[in-house]
Design a protein around this ligand. Structure first.
Ligand code: IMP
Length: 186
């Protein structure tokens, strides 16, 4: 089967297509954006986006909204992750965390799949800590400052395959694959 992944983020596309290729799902990159509302939950952003995309995109599509939630900062940047990455960057987050010993954080990914007339939503998360400094050049976004639980390296120091073995996005894709095999699409 073929699904279009609507994203302007080449890193997300690489991660999801690697996972889906292993399950014989072909992912086509539709490199375009869509309106993202400011709201308190990732899922609401996707549901709103889907109402517009349903009219504009033919065929099955997938969209991804993700965020980094830092406990000592009251879950910030959370749903504001894209804005904060653009305005403050990883250095800005490290400044906000300077002197903070409690560095627990988690990533969350929500995927929305439009298939026929249906919308299905899948969640994945990954717990970890905010590193003391940026480490590694792999991945994208907050990867160099996020160290997954039980690991000594940040996502930025891991290969795509290593990140895909444990990440929030990979876990959401696993739930999507379970759904596709339960509905006999695979
Ligand atoms: P969005 O899902 O595109 O809105 O992403 C929100 C922000 O989080 C963007 O700045 C992304 O670069 C960042 N982000 C999303 N997923 C990841 C990830 O897996 N690792 C690191 N940063 C991410």
């Amino acid at each position: 089967m073929t699904i279009q992944f609507i994203t302007t983020n080449a890193g997300k596309f690489a991660e999801v297509s690697e996972k889906l290729a292993a399950a014989s799902v072909k992912l086509v990159h539709l490199d375009r954006g869509y309106p993202e509302i400011q709201t308190d939950r990732l899922e609401k952003v996707l549901k709103y986006a889907a109402t517009g995309l349903d009219d504009e995109v033919k065929g099955d599509y997938l969209i991804d909204d993700s965020g980094l939630f830092i406990e000592a900062l009251g879950s910030f940047p959370g749903v504001y992750s894209a804005f904060v990455q653009k305005k403050l960057g990883n250095r800005g987050i490290l400044k906000l965390m300077a002197g903070e010993r409690y560095r627990a954080a988690f990533f969350e990914t929500v995927l929305l799949l439009r298939q026929g007339e249906e919308h299905e939503v899948f969640h994945g998360d990954c717990a970890g800590t905010i590193a003391e400094s940026e480490r590694g050049r792999n991945g994208f976004g907050y990867d160099p400052i996020f160290q997954p639980q039980g690991e000594t390296r940040t996502f930025g120091e891991m290969s795509l395959q290593e990140k895909n073995a444990i990440s929030h996005r990979a876990r959401a894709v696993d739930v999507l694959l379970t759904h596709l095999s339960a509905t006999k699409e695979l």
